[in-house]
Ligand binder design. Structure first.
Ligand code: NAD
Ligand code: TYD
Length: 370
């Protein structure tokens, strides 16, 4: 079999990364997919058990901040494409520990860029056929106004007219979004300064299987399962734009192959939900699937102190991606959320493993013994 491309996917053991790795390994048997991941608390190779023995897949445990290692890997695998997802990704953690976010997200991205630059510029063809694709978030744009808190406005957005477009000004509020903004700027600077073929995409909140249960949706499903309190920040009025993770992975596939160099694409599903409403859907769905009477878990809702600097509303305009590359979400939210709740309830062993941290000890010992 001829391997036509050698692609490093960073953060491939995490939530979104594992879906991207699976999609590329399945869809492109002629590619060699190298999953480069440090396996932090958020990285879990059990997310990829179904494809781990495929001939076109390799896992490498490495830190994106380790310049020498990254240089060596790029050369060793003749890498011509990088899809960069590795990051610290949880806003609450960034509020407690901003240094780790600056280190991984800014310095890690810069390390990858510089290593790719030095390697690609050493080749006779230089940047020809190469691609550095950086995965970012809509949170770099800051927060939108919630002009219609009732959410019953008809038209483009139920909660307001403003949307994040590719032209929106960067205005990050949390240490997480500030670190992602910094990394986005470095990626664009490497295009503008050195001519590196880069692409940046900014996506809205993802949901689906394999998300670490510190984020709203898996945390709440697990708490409903165990009849534990559901900590709603503030009044639960913040609005997020939710996209099924496999639709994000499909967008990454399309953009990696057909997106224009140096462009930015926003990815989102025109699917805004107020936190409290989404929580009610989770309760209703989980109670039904668990065989509880309707409303059984409603009393678990517990209002807690609001997150510091809590962004009020995110809403992505992904018209450019649709018009240019024909991408649209494939799943209706009702279908996606049903599948997601069902997946977490049916995969309690995965959840127990992740919440106990056992998977980390297991893989640590596995890789030490190689
Ligand atoms: P995640 O936290 O689930 O996974 C992150 C992965 O990166 C983990 O496997 C972790 O081990 C790895 N990692 C962390 N530090 C590393 C390092 N120094 N070297 C190598 N690997 C390292 O994150 P996610 O939710 O899958 O997000 C993936 C990317 O998508 C991030 O860049 C994030 O900013 C972006 N994003 C996420 C969302 C979302 O809703 N989750 C939305 C838009 C964009
Ligand atoms: P989260 O899943 O952390 O994603 P992000 O902060 O990147 O949007 O949170 C989604 C929304 O849910 C956000 O408005 C914060 C809120 N939230 C809670 O109300 N309680 C919780 O326990 C968590 C984790 C989040």
């Amino acid at each position: 079999m001829t391997l036509k491309r050698n692609i490093i996917i960073t953060g491939g053991a995490g939530f979104i990364g594992s879906h991207v790795v699976r999609l590329f390994v399945n869809n492109y048997p002629e590619y060699h997919i190298i999953n480069l991941d440090k396996l932090t608390y958020a990285g879990n190779l059990a997310n990829l058990q179904d494809i781990e023995n495929r001939p076109n897949y390799t896992f490498v445990k490495a830190d994106i901040c380790d310049y020498d290692k990254i240089r060596e890997l790029l050369q060793h695998y003749h890498v011509d494409g990088i899809i960069h997802l590795a990051a610290e990704s949880h806003v609450d953690r960034s509020i407690k520990d901003p240094f780790t976010f600056a280190h991984t997200n800014v310095m890690g991205t810069l390390t990858l860029l510089q290593a790719a630059k030095v390697y690609w510029e050493s080749l006779p063809e230089r940047y020809e056929g190469k691609r550095f694709y950086h995965i970012s978030t809509d949170e770099v744009y800051g927060a939108l106004q919630l002009t219609n808190p009732a959410g019953d406005k008809t038209g483009r957005g139920p909660y307001g007219d403003q949307f994040f477009t590719e032209e929106s000004k960067y205005n990050p509020h949390s240490p997480y979004s500030a670190s992602k903004a910094g990394s986005d700027h470095f990626v664009r600077a490497f295009h503008d300064t050195y001519g590196m073929p880069t692409i940046v995409t900014n996506c809205s909140n993802n949901y689906g299987p394999y998300q670490f249960p510190e984020k709203l949706i898996p945390l709440f499903i697990n708490n409903i399962r165990h009849h534990k309190p559901l900590p709603v920040y503030g009044k639960g009025e913040n609005v997020r734009d939710w996209l099924y993770v496999i639709d994000h992975a499909r967008a990454i596939d399309v953009i990696f192959h057909r997106g224009r160099i140096a462009e930015t694409y926003n990815i989102g599903g025109f699917n805004e939900w107020k936190n409290l409403d989404i929580i009610k859907v989770l309760i209703k769905t989980a109670d039904r699937l668990l065989g509880h009477p309707e409303g059984y878990s409603s009393d678990l809702i517990t209002y807690v102190t609001d997150r510091k600097g809590h962004d009020l509303r995110y809403a992505i305009d992904s018209t450019k991606l649709k018009n240019e590359l024909g991408w649209e979400p494939s799943l209706q939210f009702e279908e996606g959320i049903e599948e997601t709740v069902r997946w977490y309830l049916n995969n309690q062993a995965w959840m127990d493993n992740v919440t106990s941290g056992d998977y980390q000890n297991y893989y640590e010992s596995m890789y030490k013994n190689r």
